[in-house]
Design a protein around this ligand. Structure first.
Ligand SMILES: [Zn+2]
Length: 350
């Protein structure tokens, strides 16, 4: 019997209700990682960076000389309150089959730090928590705006995910529609509640805590794990332990715990790869349209594109064409690699 057989299976993603196919035949050697990354040799201030303090952006805006979290409306918004009006005659064509509407909403940029050459992994946890507090304030503001139904906070980090400016920042899209992944999770949670009487997210967290082998970080208020059903090799979900549908209701202390668990994750990423590790991070939260979403449990979703140094997961026929993920690594192995990194060797800056 082939010993690889137990690394060839399909797993059900209970939140998105899709199959992931794992075929880890190529069986890379256990990887011990690269160790602590060297400090960046990029300067703390870059004169032509549009995010550095005091610099000019396009359209004549100039950044203040900030030294805390700095937030501004995106100069190239994907959604905006001044998006063109759609004429009624254009709004619905082909007997309603094809529909258009205004791309209204608010798009913002959040600069985490005034320094061009630091990341959330490198700065003290207190400063990461300040970013989480700022996100919560943004959520409170958006909740009060009737045109805003949903808010997606996300960070694209690294050139491999297409980010040309390394200045530490994320984006916020406050929209008139709910993004698909949250739509899917809401539907899955509602069905699970109807079928079992239980909360879907609590069930997943409990399962991960029981299995325990995929947990990467845990503290009093938050837990992070490579889920049983990970699509990307180093995919991680970070949950606050108490159920909150959005950041709005989270206490300062809970946000601090969430920031701490998140930072442990990204430090382990850096330690394993030996450089500032690229990822797509999104905060999945319930809509802010006044509906009852008490069964939704917000979480941070980390989806790094790399499988090994220099080796990116390319989405191709199965993923782009068919819509299901094929993975050639097992979540348990990737979790073990991350757990084996030594957090005490991480070199923090001020
Ligand atoms: Zn900069």
């Amino acid at each position: 019997m082939n010993h690889d057989q137990n690394k060839w299976e399909q797993r059900w993603h209970p939140l998105w209700r899709e199959w992931i196919v794992y075929a880890a035949h190529r069986n890379f050697r256990p990887w011990n990682g690269e160790g602590a990354p060297s400090p960046s040799d990029a300067p703390a201030y870059v004169p032509d960076c549009y995010l550095c303090p005091g610099n000019a952006r396009i359209h004549g805006h100039r950044n203040p000389d900030y030294n805390d979290v700095f937030i501004f409306d995106n100069d190239h918004p994907v959604v905006g309150m001044d998006a063109p009006i759609i004429a009624p005659v254009q709004a619905s064509v082909h007997d309603g089959l094809y529909t258009r509407r205004r791309a209204d909403g608010i798009a913002r940029v959040v600069c985490y730090d005034s320094r061009h050459n630091v990341s959330l992994a490198q700065i003290p946890c207190e400063k990461v928590a300040r970013v989480f507090l700022a996100w919560r304030e943004q959520m409170r503001e958006f909740q009060a705006i009737p045109a805003i139904k949903f808010v997606l906070i996300f960070e694209n980090k690294g050139e491999v995910v297409g980010v040309s400016n390394p200045h530490p920042h994320c984006q916020i899209y406050a929209t008139n529609f709910t993004f698909m992944h949250v739509e899917r999770e809401l539907a899955a949670a509602a069905d699970y509640r109807r079928e079992t009487g239980r909360n879907l997210f609590a069930a997943v967290i409990a399962a991960e805590q029981t299995d325990s082998i995929r947990i990467i970080a845990e503290n009093e208020g938050a837990v992070a794990f490579v889920p049983f059903f990970a699509r990307y090799a180093y995919e991680i979900l970070v949950f606050p332990k108490q159920r909150h549908s959005t950041l709005i209701t989270m206490a300062d202390e809970e946000l601090y715990h969430l920031a701490d668990a998140f930072q442990q994750v990204i430090r382990r990423y850096d330690l394993l790869f030996g450089f500032s590790f690229p990822y797509v991070m999104s905060i999945l939260q319930a809509p802010v349209d006044g509906g009852d979403y008490s069964d939704y449990h917000l979480h941070l979703s980390m989806q790094p594109p790399l499988r090994l140094p220099g080796l990116k997961k390319f989405l191709a026929g199965p993923e782009i064409g068919g819509g299901n993920f094929m993975a050639d690594t097992m979540p348990e192995e990737k979790a073990l690699e991350l757990k084996n990194t030594d957090l005490s060797t991480y070199r923090e800056c001020d």
